[in-house]
Design a protein around this ligand. Structure first.
Ligand code: G6P
Ligand code: MG
Length: 217
């Protein structure tokens, strides 16, 4: 009864979603674009390049590739600046016990993230050893809601999509899991993640009984 448990990174394992938002806000602000937390929901799970396009669209701004490249570099530099002091304390509540329980049960664990910074972040917070496979923004060509990142993760673990379970905080990520025929578990608010098959406000609400049910079925 081996299942593949696939975790998104930003906003699921670590609270980096707030840093992405701050870094994007700086770019948007400089361009005079209003960029609210509601707009930000659309950026969650979405690649860096696509995120910039969404922001420029909000401001109806036509930019050259040169400008875009510069803003992308700037955004990432700002973002990395926020991560300098990152350590285990930034792992979101309840995540470690769930990872440990799944590991103890012999389950397969993977990361499925759109971020190109995923590996250094996992190293910083010292949990890279939990992961049997890592698929990130450097490995995929199609961003969520395309299921490529999760499909690739399940394939690396040699586990069928129907036996994969995805933890996600983004609308795009939940859609990707659903499209791939995987079990989707939303971490966040019902008003945003209503397409998720299961929903929890955070990992402290995920009990071992629930994990056992996922493993056994
Ligand atoms: C995740 C985040 C997005 C971010 C994307 C790319 O999916 O939810 O907000 O834009 O990864 O991350 P990167 O670290 O490569 O800029
Ligand atoms: Mg996320």
């Amino acid at each position: 009864n081996k299942k593949a448990f696939i975790f998104d990174l930003d906003g699921v394992i670590v609270d980096t979603a707030k840093y992405h938002y701050l870094a994007w806000q700086k770019i948007a602000g400089a361009l005079g674009i209003e960029f609210t937390p509601e707009h930000n929901e659309e950026l969650k799970g979405v690649s860096r390049v696509r995120s910039l396009d969404i922001i420029l669209n909000l401001g109806k701004i036509n930019a050259t590739q040169e400008d875009k490249d510069r803003w992308l570099v700037q955004k990432n530099e700002d973002y990395l600046g926020y991560l300098v002091h990152m350590d285990e304390n930034e792992i979101l509540p309840g995540v470690l016990p769930v990872l440990q329980y799944l590991k103890d049960q012999g389950q397969a664990i993977a990361l499925g993230s759109a971020s190109k910074n995923a590996r250094p972040i996992l190293e910083k917070v010292n949990i890279i050893s939990y992961f049997d496979a890592i698929v990130d923004g450097n490995d995929v060509t199609n961003a969520k809601p395309d299921p490529e990142v999760f499909v690739q993760a399940a394939r690396l673990l040699s586990i069928d999509a129907e036996k994969a379970i995805v933890f996600e905080d983004s609308v795009a990520g939940i859609q990707a899991a659903n499209i791939a025929n995987m079990t989707s578990i939303g971490i966040g608010e019902e008003s945003i993640l209503h397409e998720a098959q299961y929903l929890f406000p955070d990992f402290t609400h995920i009990e071992t009984d629930f994990l056992d049910m996922l493993i056994k079925r």
